[in-house]
Design a protein around this ligand. Sequence first.
Ligand code: SAM
Length: 182
Amino acid sequence: MSDVLANRSAKDRRKLDYYPTPPEVTHALMQFLNLQPTSVWECACGEGHMAEVIAEYGHNVISTDIRETGYGSGGRDFLLEGKLLAPVIITNPPFQESEAFIRHSTGLGAEVTAMLLKSQYWHAAKRAKLFAEHPPAWVLPLTWRPDFLFGEKGGAPTMEVLWTVWIRGQTDTRYRVLAKPI
Ligand SMILES: C[S@@+](CC[C@H](N)C(=O)[O-])C[C@H]1O[C@@H](n2cnc3c(N)ncnc32)[C@H](O)[C@@H]1O
């Protein structure tokens, strides 16, 4: 994390909807997907916490963010992107924009889209339409609580999350739990 963001309080980071993802969360997804080396677009890359892990699996990662973070290309609003930069999109989207991110990614025609979401995400009645219109291939709850504050609040995280994966042409949703990689 850069000094600028590391020095911000948790409250300041929340205002930016900036929660860097602990590495094991991305490892769990990459080990599950087991993709052949390809190009992957991390379209809300922040400071590259996910992008760096994705690259470890031999992929060419294109990293963009709406903010200038010092990592990847800043000033790129994903929701205004008109062209797919890679066949696979993987990100932890800003929560407020998560539905727009899902619709935009599938709308751009990504072969695979993986988004990290809160574990209750699909329980909300207002998201039933989104699920019906864009049925995911996989819903993958994590069996641990990642520490998005990296120990700042005493390392007792409370948020549970899941990966949801859309694969073009695969509309029968399957469910699998992901163990924490060792
Ligand atoms: C929850 S953070 C995740 C950062 C990074 N993906 C990670 O997992 O470490 C969400 C990120 O979305 C970025 N963001 C917010 N709105 C965006 C938009 N419309 N287009 C692209 N990036 C956006 C924020 O700047 C922030 O870096």
